[in-house]
Write a protein that binds this ligand. Structure first.
Ligand code: GLY
Length: 575
């Protein structure tokens, strides 16, 4: 039952966020049909995990720029009985992938090879991961076919293309125009969709029908796998039937941390997000953040210095834990982080070239990832929660629809280090721990996170945005805990990002007054307004990732879902 739905007027200059408050369950997602699909499953007696599965599958149809079954992601679950676990369904490199895959004979990076076309795709994990989550922690009251049905029906019958989506598709004409199936489905061979028209995806509907009838393994061993592998073979891609048959999602122990009396449950490697978030919060804990103006120079300076140090460690030490030994305990050791924080000069920016991985003298960097991916948060009436971030990496992934499957594939191979120690196509240097290796998972920044107080869930959040994800999650959480903002204010507040290299703060328009910006410059910071990302329509220019967030009032137990107005079409729907 919807108790309250209103258009909340957030902070001056910020996008509008339609906020929903309820005593029952709710789903907050980047697209309305997908949020509704999840809420429908809740109404039918499914739990938060069941609803998350239906939402994820529906986003693959209605939000193809990031929603997917051709990519991968992470889901952090916390049940009302206290059980907490994480599902890692990150894509893996095909068995045929080599360390120098994206270099030419002279060892130079080939522009676009790791981002466009079949060679950029890693083996998708989404279907297997969602199925594992459902099997492990679903209510047991819903059949897999029931959870697939909303997505299948929308793929078959179609849905109305919004203004934003029409604009978005047109802006991706270069990327998808190079692939016949993507060009036909998403660009209508140049007869671009206009707002109000209906998009139908019959091939995707048929694939989803096969998944319904034969179960999730069909994706990996059935007709879908055959079609996908055949399309790869025909176009110089690497993913084979064996790669698909061998794909396995992993259930991992969640990463736990604390901040000012709150408990955090977040994603372990192969996400860098959990470790970096906990590092930053621990470094901040010694400072009275609440006493600082939320958009003042002292606050932004402190946060940037903390970000710089955490991202330097990220680049030096993090990768797939199955391939790289990650010193998790050492990186999260409070004594280490106190020493690290003690190197912060409260008046001067520390140049990033002076900061390496803090455990040793490593000075490599990580490239920024494209500003896409999508996050959704789910809570059911019983108090089970899901924080899920999943992705095809770039907007519309590698721009390839795998033949007659209707599945848009990821370009997650670009999240690997393509050329260790040398600037990549974005002009940045990357880390060795994340080098390409067959069957390895690329390092991710996705940071699905749940925050508790006295054993009760108070925040469920996460974000898209590649390397900016971790800093978005940091700012949402500290806006709530330190600055006591309302849910809507915390999500809408202007954001900034520093990721060690490049050594510059990127910021959203309107972050702070000119006086504050000048003060930051005086302290030695370079400031850059966020730019339009490749393929992004102008209306999304300058935005850091959106954070679809649920906040629970610890006194009343009321849940407020705040979809982030940075993305047109985001929605909170209660059951
Ligand atoms: N592809 C974005 C991420 O995983 O961080």
């Amino acid at each position: 039952m919807l108790l309250l739905a209103m258009f909340f007027m957030p902070l001056k200059g910020s996008p509008l966020s339609p906020v929903v408050t309820t005593s029952r369950g709710l789903v907050v997602a980047a697209e309305g049909h997908a949020a509704e699909a999840g809420a429908t499953i809740l109404r039918k007696g499914g739990n938060a995990v069941d609803a998350a599965v239906a939402t994820a599958l529906t986003l693959a149809v209605t939000y193809p720029r990031a929603g997917n079954i051709g990519g991968g992601g992470f889901m952090v679950v916390r049940l009302a009985d206290g059980t907490a676990t994480a599902f890692d369904f990150r894509e893996v490199a095909p068995a045929g992938a080599t360390r120098n895959l994206y270099q030419d004979a002279e060892g130079k990076l080939v522009k676009g090879r790791s981002t466009k076309g079949h060679l950029a795709a890693a083996v998708p994990g989404t279907v297997a991961g969602l199925a594992l989550a459902m099997q492990r922690l679903g209510s047991g009251k819903m059949a897999w076919a029931d959870l697939v049905e909303p997505a299948r029906a929308l793929a078959e019958k179609g849905f109305e293309v919004t203004d934003a989506m029409a604009e978005d598709l047109r802006a991706s004409a270069d990327l998808m125009g190079a692939n016949a199936a993507a060009r036909r489905i998403f660009l209508r061979d140049g007869n671009f969709y206009r707002a109000g028209e209906t998009m139908r995806q019959p091939h995707l509907a048929a694939t989803l029908a096969r998944l319904q009838a034969e179960g999730p393994r069909e994706f990996y061993t059935g007709r879908t796998a055959e079609l996908l592998a055949a399309d790869m073979a025909a176009h110089g891609g690497l993913i084979t039937k064996e790669d698909l048959a061998n794909y396995r999602p992993v259930e991992r122990a969640v990463l736990r941390g604390a901040y000012r009396g709150y408990e955090l449950i977040t994603m372990p490697p192969p996400s860098s997000g959990g470790i970096a978030l906990l590092q930053m919060l621990t470094m901040l804990e010694g400072h009275d953040v609440a006493a600082l103006a939320p958009a003042g120079a002292a606050k932004i300076h402190l946060f940037v210095e903390v970000m710089r140090r955490a991202y330097a460690d990220r680049a030096a030490y993090l990768g797939d834990p199955d391939f790289t030994k990650i010193p998790v305990a050492a990186l999260l050791d409070p004594d280490y982080l106190a020493r690290r924080a003690a190197t912060i000069d409260s008046n001067r920016a520390t140049p990033s070239k002076m900061i390496g991985g803090g455990l040793a003298s490593v000075t490599e960097a990580e490239k920024p990832e494209p500003l896409e991916t999508t996050h959704f948060s789910v809570m059911d009436a019983a108090g089970n929660v899901v924080s899920c971030t999943y992705t095809i990496n770039g907007i519309y992934g590698c721009g390839v629809v795998a033949g007659e499957t209707g599945i848009l594939l990821n370009n997650e191979m670009d999240d690997f280090t393509s050329l260790p120690g040398t600037p990549n196509t974005f002009g940045l240097v990357q880390g060795e721990a994340n080098a390409i290796h067959p069957r390895k998972r690329p390092l991710s920044s996705m940071t699905p996170t749940i925050v508790l107080r006295d054993g009760k869930v108070v925040i469920v959040t996460g974000s898209p945005g590649g390397a900016t994800i971790i800093n978005t999650v940091l700012q949402v959480i500290t806006n709530l805990i330190d600055h006591h903002m309302t849910t809507s204010e915390a999500v809408a507040a202007k954001r900034f990002n520093h990721q060690w290299l490049p050594d510059a703060i990127t910021y959203e328009p309107g972050l702070a007054s000119e006086a504050v910006m000048d003060e930051l410059r005086v302290r030695g910071h370079e400031l850059k307004l966020r730019k339009l990302y490749p393929n992004d329509p102008p209306r999304w220019s300058g935005m850091q990732g959106s954070a679809e967030t649920i906040v629970v009032d610890p006194v009343t137990g009321l849940r407020t879902g705040a979809p982030d107005g940075r993305r047109p079409g985001t929605a909170a729907v209660s059951d």
